[in-house]
Design a protein around this ligand. Structure first.
Ligand code: FCB
Length: 444
């Protein structure tokens, strides 16, 4: 283990951060809600994907997940028991608009209203994400994000949710991680809808960004009190050696993973080197698209888990590093490097770390889970964040991923990211040591 042992360093507490800084925990709808076929919820692409043999490691689905839909009050108490100031959740589009357009389900909106009210009653700020990957299946049947019209439907849906909740939540993020819902889903085939076609993936990515811009425009018209923005997963790409071939590999990966999303949003243009490298697969960009995509955000959410280390022949995994259960290198310094680089290269709105966390093979024994590695991971990343802020990067919040173990997409229930352990047989929740540690950190 090369992760720092927090007991060997002076304790970091929330008091080392500005008083206005928001600490929270995060989840997403499909990963925790269950009740997949109740109260008029329509199918999403993840319902469909989970039914396809071989897509999910353990053959599972989010049909029940953490049964959060039925355990809302208990889970809100759980969140409050951690002492966090904020909770980031996502709205399931097919609960609100079962067909992805047109008819709105009152039961769906009422659930999220109850969630928001329950948070306020407990003194917790709601941070809402509109799209964490559960696209209504009827829209996928019409082409999904490859179809430009999906962007319009998304803006309509954003308006529906924002009209109901936009003055009662602290922030609204349009999209969570468009890299995942385009490249990972349409090119690498690992997420719904499970396609393997780069040209389609790049069309999807463009329409996701367009959908973000149209939704922003729609929500701005409503003059809401909520801050509006988007969440990206960003992975700093380091070169394994100073060899120009390794540096070029790192630069190319930075282009496809990071700049392909950052540049249109923050500069109103696609990065030229990556555009050239994509050749005939580049998306059709209509006049005015980039102006819509690059309108100002109130915040940029950054999800950080690990870095990439590249040589000319591909990804490198240093033997001296430690790795999480996902096989991701534990590299807190990457968070500091990433934040400083964003600060140097872009004109940024305030940043928020909207996800950060680690999967480990946790074991529940005598009512406890001793997840020392997760504690070290969180501590290391909070220190890296603190040091970036000391260096002048403006960051307003940090959300640990995740509140509780949940349906980890293609890995099913075989990967645990929670601060709270979930026994999926009984639905019993148990605070892991990391939850107790976070609570102490927040008490300071
Ligand atoms: C992020 C996702 C989140 C979760 C974590 C581990 O990419 O936004 O839903 O799966 O990874």
């Amino acid at each position: 283990m090369t992760t720092p042992d927090p007991s060997q360093q002076s304790a970091l507490t929330h008091r080392d951060f500005p008083a206005s800084f928001v600490f929270g925990v995060a989840t997403s709808s499909y990963q925790i809600e269950g009740a997949a076929h109740e109260d008029g919820r329509g199918d999403s692409i993840w319902d469909t994907f989970c039914r396809e043999p071989g897509r999910i490691l353990d053959g599972s689905s989010g049909d029940i997940a953490c049964d959060h839909y039925h355990r809302l009050d208990e889970d809100l108490d759980l969140i409050a028991s951690l002492g966090v100031r904020a909770y980031r959740f996502s709205v399931a589009w097919p609960r609100v608009q079962p067909d992805g357009r047109g008819a709105v389900s009152e039961a769906g909106l009422a659930f999220y209203e109850r969630l928001v009210d329950g948070l306020h009653a407990r003194g917790i700020e709601p941070h809402l994400t509109l799209y964490h990957w559960d696209l209504p299946q009827p829209l996928q049947d019409a082409g999904g994000w490859v179809n430009r019209e999906t962007a319009q439907h998304f803006a309509e849906y954003a308006g529906v949710v924002a009209r109901r909740l936009g003055n009662r939540v602290r922030s609204i993020a349009t999209l969570n991680e468009p890299w995942c819902s385009s490249i990972l889903s349409y090119q690498l085939g690992e997420h719904a809808p499970g396609l393997r076609d780069r040209k389609l993936a790049l069309a999807a990515a463009h329409h996701l960004l367009l959908g973000h811009g149209l939704a922003m425009r729609r929500m701005r018209e409503l003059e809401l009190s909520a801050e509006l923005g988007i969440v990206l997963n960003l992975t700093p790409m380091d070169a394994a050696t100073p060899d120009p071939a390794d540096v070029a590999a790192a630069q190319a990966n930075d282009g496809t993973s990071n700049r392909w999303f950052l540049d249109p949003l923050l500069r109103g243009e696609y990065p030229q080197d990556t555009w050239d490298a994509y050749g005939p697969d580049v998306p059709q960009v209509q006049a005015g698209d980039l102006a819509i995509i690059s309108q100002p955000n109130d915040f940029l959410g950054v999800n950080y888990y690990s870095r990439g280390l590249l040589s000319a022949s591909g990804h490198v995994k240093p033997q001296t590093s430690s790795y999480t259960d996902m096989g991701w290198e534990v590299y807190p310094q990457g968070l500091r490097d990433l934040l400083r680089r964003l600060h140097a290269d872009y004109t940024l709105p305030p940043l928020s770390i909207t996800e950060n966390g680690a999967a480990y093979p946790d074991v529940l024994e005598d009512g406890a889970v001793h997840d020392a590695e997760r504690v070290a991971y969180l501590d290391g990343h909070l220190r890296a964040l603190h040091s970036a802020m000391q260096a002048g990067v403006k960051v307003t919040g940090y959300f640990a991923w995740s509140l509780m173990d949940n349906f980890e997409w293609a890995w099913g229930y075989a990967r645990r990211f929670g601060l709270v352990y979930v026994d999926f047989g009984t639905q019993q929740r148990t605070l892991k040591d990391s939850a107790l540690w976070y609570r102490e950190f927040l008490k300071g």
